[in-house]
Design a protein around this ligand. Sequence first.
Ligand code: KG4
Ligand code: ZN
Length: 365
Amino acid sequence: MDRGLTILGIESSCDDTAAAVVRSTGGSLGEILSSEVEGQTALHAAFGGVVPEIAARAHVERLDFCVERALAAAGVGLGDLDAVAATAGPGLIGGVLSGVMLAKGICRTRGLPLIGVNHLAGHALTPRLTNGLEFPYLILLVSGGHCQFLIVYGPDRFERLGGTIDDAPGEAFDKVARLLGLAQPGGPQVEGEALLGDRKRFRLPRPLLDRPGCDLSFSGLKTAVLRARDELVAHQGGITVQDRRDLCAGFQAAVVDVLAEKSRRALEICFAGSAGERAFAVAGGVAANGAIRAALQAVCDQTSVRFTAPPLWLCTDNAAMIAWAGIERFRRGGRDGMDLAARPRWPLDATAAPMIGSGKKGAKA
Ligand code: KG4
Ligand code: ZN
């Protein structure tokens, strides 16, 4: 049991500038005193994706204001902090550097310990903060930049059971939205259209389901939607509103089927022969999708596994998860020096085979 720690978290690895203050209240419990997130969607809108240089400059300009607001909202000063945790990777290097340098500056001037946090560990440890999950548990990270199954044994110990070999699911949702003329981010748009569509009209592939294991692939599925669209255009000169709805429904149904089946396999591997509590969590922006959540919940119901999904504002990128991961590392003695490096790639499971492909955050970790 710790005496309680108050940690400032800083996140700047992609297109969200974020700062938060989290206090541990003992065991795996924590309280989020504040969480500030400044998105950069408007800055990148004209380019159809995140522009690393624009992202880095925006982080440099906004981070200190974000930290100020997080401290004020939490009602604490720098003197009340026990440490500062910053995302040190994986992500866009310019952005990660901005956050790490700010954290170093605060720690050096205030004599505070510095903790470098892996962004993916932040996502993976969030269900402990929100739902008090005990180690070990299985997590599926699904967002615009990540897609992997991880067994979480501890704050620094992860086993990767599989992940995408090309696009992340959020990327696929975004690309499908783009090719059907829907706005970005595409996930919520595609989900909205899918509600009104017929998921059986187009026969779309379920990539990698015919192969054993937990790896996933979404790039071929996206191309299949593109082909179906082009065929419609060739035959009828364009696509109707109903065509678009049916394509969205078919695409989403394929993603749901793949994620459900791969989750079933990952759960089997993770909990084979285990007698303790069996818990499965999902995190990342794609976890907002109602059809995906419902399918994963159903898999858990069938296999007597507890299903949890942190609230959406903690599923997407934020700094509370970084502060929390910092607390988990700090109370087990984790500290970094002024030589802490920003790492564009930083796999959680160093023993797993490296992934190919690149998402909006760069190469998949
Ligand atoms: O976690 P996040 O905010 O940022 C990344 O780390 O990528 O995830 C954003 C991604 C976007 O690709 C967005 O289209 C997707 O999550 N997303 C969704 C939904 N809401 C957001 N995908 C499917 N269905 C949704 N309802
Ligand atoms: Zn993320």
